[in-house]
Design a protein around this ligand. Structure first.
Ligand code: AMP
Ligand code: MG
Length: 317
């Protein structure tokens, strides 16, 4: 991945993302246990926004400190993208309807971020046009006693999408190599082997017709300070403030390292990570909406065949 950095705001041509999700599934089928990015040709102009630019490609590790959380390409203001975001939401509405009707495959969206990174806002802004019946959001907190007495993937596996569904993980199995690592809740040899276990888990899901797509909402430390301050100041946001957020903030660098390792170890051909610049909420929403809509479009869900002879039916009085 060629990220825009603070000094370099140029964008490389996007890879052609058409059929990418389908190819991802093929990738999982052909490379059992192996990780390799499928190649996409670069002879088409990049999509707008250029979300493929933020995809982390296996073998091309990223450095979070080199990725500018403030970038928004050429977009200047929220109002410049409102129509475009609406268009992407409409695509999502239509594609989700088809996925649900087809009832064969499903989509799992993983959202991770530092505290205040915008996971809740993304869900609200990107999915507001989607039929609630075809979409489920699962938020993961500290495991319960029962959850903690199973293998670490147990609680997540139960929440993966059934056929036809879009499930969103607001936090996810990645917490088990993030907070668990930073807070030393298990020894290093335990969390370190989890990268491979996670890759195998996601590969198994992909083989079972669940497309997996993962977003890290990348904010700066300054932006987090401002967002925490606004939670303290604004009575409508105060409920979101937790003094634990301050303790976590002191571990900012440790979390950045843990995120970097998780993303670099677990961005696979079949279940990619995207590092989304997220200081500007509206740009973050647009990037994620388009990435998801394109992923669904590449899956190309189809309405089931209709019954034969419908043209001869009259509805009795
Ligand atoms: P929030 O999303 O703000 O409600 O916070 C949820 C809290 O649960 C965060 O502090 C997470 O770090 C914590 N959490 C989520 N998953 C795990 C896990 N697997 N182990 C320990 N803590 C977790
Ligand atoms: Mg919180």
């Amino acid at each position: 991945m060629n990220h825009p950095t603070k000094s370099d705001n140029s964008f490389t041509p996007a890879n052609n993302i058409a059929m990418e999700a389908t190819k991802n599934q093929q990738a999982a089928k052909t490379q059992v246990g192996d990780i390799m990015a499928p190649e996409f040709l670069v002879d088409e102009p990049p999509p707008k926004p250029n979300y493929p630019h933020y995809r982390v490609r296996p073998g091309e590790p990223i450095v979070l400190a080199d990725i500018d959380p403030d970038t928004a390409e050429h977009y200047k203001k929220k109002k410049n993208i409102e129509k475009e975001l609406e268009k992407q939401r409409d695509r999502l509405t239509d594609l989700q309807r088809r996925l649900y009707a087809e009832n064969k495959r499903s989509l799992l969206i993983v959202l991770q971020a530092m505290d205040t990174g915008g996971k809740d806002g993304t869900i609200k802004n990107v999915f507001q046009g989607v039929n609630p019946q075809g979409c489920r959001v699962w938020s993961f907190k500290k495991p319960s006693d029962e959850e903690a007495s199973h293998d670490f993937l147990w609680r997540y596996h139960q929440r993966t999408p059934q056929r036809g569904m879009i499930n969103i993980f607001n936090r996810s199995h990645y917490e088990d190599v993030l907070v668990v690592r930073v807070k030393q809740l298990v020894p290093e040899e335990v969390w370190r082997e989890r990268y491979q276990t996670i890759n195998q888990f996601e590969q198994m899901l992909t083989l079972n017709n669940i497309t997996v797509i993962k977003f890290f909402l990348h904010i700066s430390k300054d932006e987090q300070k401002q967002r925490l301050e606004s939670r303290l100041e604004n009575p409508n946001k105060r409920w979101k403030f937790s003094s634990n957020d301050i303790k976590e903030r002191l571990l900012w660098d440790d979390y950045q390292t843990a995120f970097e390792d998780a993303i670099n170890n677990c961005s696979t051909a079949y279940a990619p990570w995207y590092v989304v610049p997220a200081n500007k909420k509206w740009y973050r929403d647009l990037v994620i909406a388009r990435a998801i809509a394109d992923t669904l479009e590449a899956m190309n869900p189809q309405y089931p065949a209709v019954e034969q002879g419908l043209e001869n039916i009259t509805i009795p009085d």
